[in-house]
Design a protein. Sequence first.
Length: 325
Amino acid sequence: SFLLSPLDILRTRLQSSAGRGTPPWQLTKRIFQKEGFPAFYRGLVPTVLGVGPSRALYFGSFQVAKRQISAHTSLHGAVLHLSAATAAGLLTNTVMSPWWVIRVRLQLQSTPIESSWARLLSALQRHRMLAAGASAASPGSARVIAAAAASMAPPAQQGYKGVVDCAVRVYREEGWRAFYRGLSASYLGVIETACQFGLYGYMKDAYIRKSVARLREQPAYAHASDRELRRGAFTDGAAFTLSAASKLLAAVITYPHEVLRTRMREPRTDPTCVRYHSIGSTLRSVIAEEGFRGLYGGMSVHLLRTVPNAAILLLVVEKVVGGDV
């Protein structure tokens, strides 16, 4: 999460209305110049604290759903994987929605990040004319320092100070429903995950069938059980390659929902603005103002971030569950 945070920031900014049409390199330069290097790690805390529970909830519910569906229906293969992935995705997105709304709000902040010492120096510089006429021991000097310190106080419409402050302010200013904005778009995103696991399951089964047929011809596997043959046929390299391919295809096909979800979770600068109120209004606004290309803003950064991540994650999960994904 720490290493991928800059890509996460770029992706979210490029998907937002403020970053539309901006080349990734130009946005990177702008963030670095106007906000500083720490801005690339905005929202890192909710990301780090949310990834573990989110993945655990998803893969746990996926395995449970797969067992239940298999036990009570005749579904198997890719259809079974697709059904279990859909159920797990719906549950995970609903439970984690408030947490991800907070993360997006923090990532979209564009205020400069300054240390307290830097703000004090800046404030002292603004009051240098007053300080020049005050002696070191005079009461006026103390008033200058006090005025400088007072000017460090951020304006009323300051950015969120952190996770707790963001949660409290969103609730007070926008109500509890704000924590579920973009949830409908997240449900569309379940299609991506379902496609990913459906494709992965299909490609994995096809690969194993061909590999097992080759292994049976080798003397070393002459008396091996079916389970041993499957384990020997599906290597780590195959797991990584197939998981990367399935994620790439699924992400490209379903990417527009990512842009819609980010737009719906943006802070409401104008309470009367309803263009990003629902999936329908968001879709119409993006197409009318930016064309269909607007639905694919930030996709290159998204793929660069998610495809290797998904491949590594599925490889680890395959190891943990013994090749039963």
